[in-house]
Design a protein around this ligand. Sequence first.
Ligand code: PMV
Length: 310
Amino acid sequence: MTCSIAPGKIILFGEHFVVKGAPAIGFAVSKYAKVCVEDGYFQVISKQTGNIEQGSVLYRAVKRLITYANSIFKCDEDVRILVDSEIPVGSGMGSSAALSVALAHAYLTHCNASFDKKLVNELAYEAEKEVHSKPSGIDNTLATFGGFLKYRSGVFEKLDIRLGDEVGFLVVNTNLKRQTGIIVEEVLRLYEKYHEVLENVYTAASVLVEKALKSLRERDYESIGRLMLLNHGLLWTIGVSHEINDLIVHKLVGKGCYGAKLSGAGRGGIVIGLVNKSLSTRIEEELRSEGFQVFRVNPDYEGVRSVEDN
Ligand code: PMV
């Protein structure tokens, strides 16, 4: 049996504004999807939900990836695929992309193909098209290569950023599910109606990302935190926050995080806080006792890789 893991992702700065050409920054996180491939008749089995039915999105995505891989080189299509993920689904953490990337890597390894990460990323992007109508490619690129990425108008740039071990991120899942496409459309309509006002907000978002890059490189956590709050404010301005997002931002900062913001599409989803690790256990425990679903992540700098089956 051949197994690979790939990380989920978080958008740190610039979501929504990126849709109209502003830059954004995302990073891979230490929550993983694992896929194992072995000989057998074609079957997709999830550790969480059992046998995956033929008509389902996951089944179709897996099939599409395998078929695409076989159009590039010949490999055995009769494989049994086992998937297992610790990445929350539908919260903007790139769960489907991490699965696709882990599958591509495990399948190519199983086939003894000679491959590089570029091919893994290409195969995963093909599967992502089955899940999202117009995937930006950021999720699969982060799951493949790990680390921090800047992206703008479809161009990805790997960043030489490495945060210190003394900090991490708290992720609070609001469990409010939403559809990214619908929120994006609403934001675009708001922009059309108020563009004289909002042009300046979009410019501010671009400038913010450039400043954040500098702060990230310098490991200036106070400044990164402040910029996260400013970014949350800009997202509130374009109408994608929710009272639960705002409440969690206030709680995270009130309890000692350097800064916090909603991450991804908004209107629920997840809120992230940058935290000094000396405080994180206390903050986590307090939030949990108040009924919030919270967990800790670190950046993943490695991306997809092989693992032992256990
Ligand atoms: O749904 P998520 O968390 O992967 O993020 C969506 C990010 C947006 O900027 C709102 C949309 C996009 O395609 O970039």
